[in-house]
Design a binder for this molecule. Sequence first.
Ligand code: 2AM
Length: 175
Amino acid sequence: MATQRLFFALELPAPLQQQLVQWRADNFAAEAGKPVAAANLHLTLAFLGEVSDETSRKLQLLASRIEQPGFALDLDDAGHWPRPGVVWLGCQRAPRGLLQLASLLRAQAARHGCAQSPQPFHPHVTLLRQAASQIALPRRGFHWRTDIRHFALFASNVTRGRTRYQALARWPLLS
Ligand code: 2AM
């Protein structure tokens, strides 16, 4: 049976992706970790894992029925998780709309057999992977704001060692 590695996520506008990449280059040494490509910068709402076409269709139907408000996303926090080796950007205060949307998608995913991490959901945009154990994070004071008006289902494809995320479908949030 065909499966795909899927996740629901928020897309970031291309100009913001470029700004984040520039900021990362200005604030982290090249050896700090493996940079995520600009076009791959996103915020995961629910990770599904390897999913059959049937399950994907069911989850997409449920996603299409979601009626949740859009929200402003403030990226004004950063952190380092040494164990997965991830440096991330996030929000000092996650918007309620973001938490509700993620919670709904994660519950629907779990009901369809996509195990969800028992750890609390911590919305973040991964900037670096394989990040060294000792890393100096930039001082707070950075801040990017973007209006989120839709969410998307992504497939994660690896070709010739490169990961590429492809949006398979998008759904609007209420304005
Ligand atoms: P991460 O950036 O913190 O690694 C695609 O892999 C997306 O799904 C990434 O944003 C990744 O988060 C997220 N994700 C959540 N749980 C995952 C898991 N168990 N394995 C791989 N990716 C996961």
